[in-house]
Design a protein around this ligand. Structure first.
Ligand code: ZN
Length: 140
């Protein structure tokens, strides 16, 4: 997974299985974890690694750049990433860039949010809503 450093913005490669370790930025040596922001899923391989190996539940936002409601829900998911840092990993899947992943989960409308635990879908929610509504409706 590519994790951006909060301090210097360097993109660091970090295996999903280590996303609860004390990983440091390769550039400025500041701690990369816990993640307080979402991670962008760059490829199908990254997605598979993340949901399989992540040591915490993964909340995946299926979105697209042209989708108005996705723009509303994006900042709400960042709030959850900040509030639940170290407990929940928030990941973003651009359905235009990764149509295979979206098709595998039968994504019909966006935004759709899916919670994965141990590689399996545990819960799902569609539509734009506030961070508190998302947390109330999804088992995180
Ligand atoms: Zn850094």
């Amino acid at each position: 997974m590519i994790v951006q450093c909060k301090n210097c913005s360097k993109q660091n490669r970090l295996p999903a299985a280590r996303m609860r370790d004390k990983a440091k930025c390769a550039n400025c040596k500041q701690p990369l974890l816990p993640l307080t922001q979402s991670v962008a899923v760059a490829s199908k391989a990254d997605f598979d690694e993340l949901v399989r190996d992540a040591p915490a539940p993964v909340l995946v936002d299926f979105w697209a750049a042209w989708c108005g409601p996705c723009k509303m829900v994006g900042p709400e998911l960042e709030k959850i990433a900040g509030k639940r840092a170290g407990e929940v990993i928030v990941a973003k899947v651009d359905t235009d860039a990764l149509p295979d992943v979206a098709a595998r989960y039968g994504i019909q409308s966006i935004p759709t949010m899916i919670v994965f635990r141990g590689g399996n879908e545990a819960d799902r929610l569609s539509g734009a809503m506030s961070a508190s509504a998302i947390e109330a409706r999804l088992s995180l």
